[in-house]
Design a binder for this molecule. Structure first.
Ligand SMILES: [Zn+2]
Length: 235
């Protein structure tokens, strides 16, 4: 009913590759330090213009290896059909209660892709419901200590930054694992041009470099919070 060992971090994305884009470096840094980190994708991205569900699954597995992810799961909710509704919230509540993470990450609440916004809303609702002991009482309630938001397509000046310079190669490998999404069509394959295969990986890299600039970091990832950041000691 619940996992043998809890996770330190659980990151949710609407599609396999969202988490890698927004916080692949952060995940690599934590797994390198021995933390248990999980990724849960809400959909199998079955509406993507390129690639197939099966291919995307294999690509996600390659990304897991690049980042040393402890657990990766997919809730198989409908791509382009994510809604803030009971069934979708409960699927996320079950995942949170099963893995009992201290920290949950989700997409930033504004993004040009509506699925990313829906994912953010569903996970926020689920974090709240997961701690209510009378909600789905068949599973023990779980209180997440802190929630952070990562950026996918659109970003604002972040409230928190993390230096990911020393693990950047791992982030790059995790992104390049999604070959079906990021490979440019050459005319002889059945790929079509999308924003993802027109220099998207390079733009993610440029964003990460720009964020580190002026802070003495070659690359950084940025995060947002709702509510205060909790500390036990200032270190
Ligand atoms: Zn996405």
């Amino acid at each position: 009913m619940i996992a043998e060992q809890p996770l330190h971090i659980l990151a949710f994305g609407a599609h396999p590759d969202d988490v890698e884009i927004g916080m692949g470096g952060t995940i690599a840094k934590h797994t390198a330090s021995g933390y248990r980190v999980g990724i849960i994708d809400l959909t199998e991205a079955e509406m993507s213009s390129n690639g197939t569900v099966e291919l995307r699954k294999q690509e996600a597995e390659r990304a897991n290896v690049a980042l040393n992810v402890t657990v990766r799961d997919n809730l198989r909710l409908p791509d382009r059909g994510l809604r803030v509704e009971q069934e979708h919230i409960d699927a996320v509540v079950r995942a949170i209660r099963y893995h009992r993470p201290r920290i949950v990450f989700m997409p930033y609440w504004e993004d040009r892709h509506p699925d990313h916004i829906q994912c953010s809303r569903i996970v926020q609702e689920a974090v709240f419901n997961a701690k209510l002991r009378r909600y789905m009482p068949e599973m023990p309630a779980h209180q997440v200590e802190q929630v952070y938001f990562y950026f996918i397509n659109d970003s604002v000046s972040p409230q928190l930054v993390l230096d990911i310079s020393d693990v950047y190669e791992q982030k790059r490998q995790s992104l390049l694992a999604y070959e079906s999404q990021f490979t440019k069509p050459n005319g002889s394959d059945d790929l079509v041009a999308t924003p993802l295969n027109q220099g998207y990986v390079e733009r993610v890299e440029a964003r990460d470099a720009l964020l580190g600039q002026g802070r003495g970091m070659a690359y950084a990832e940025g995060f947002m919070l709702k509510g205060p950041y909790q500390v036990s000691l200032f270190k």
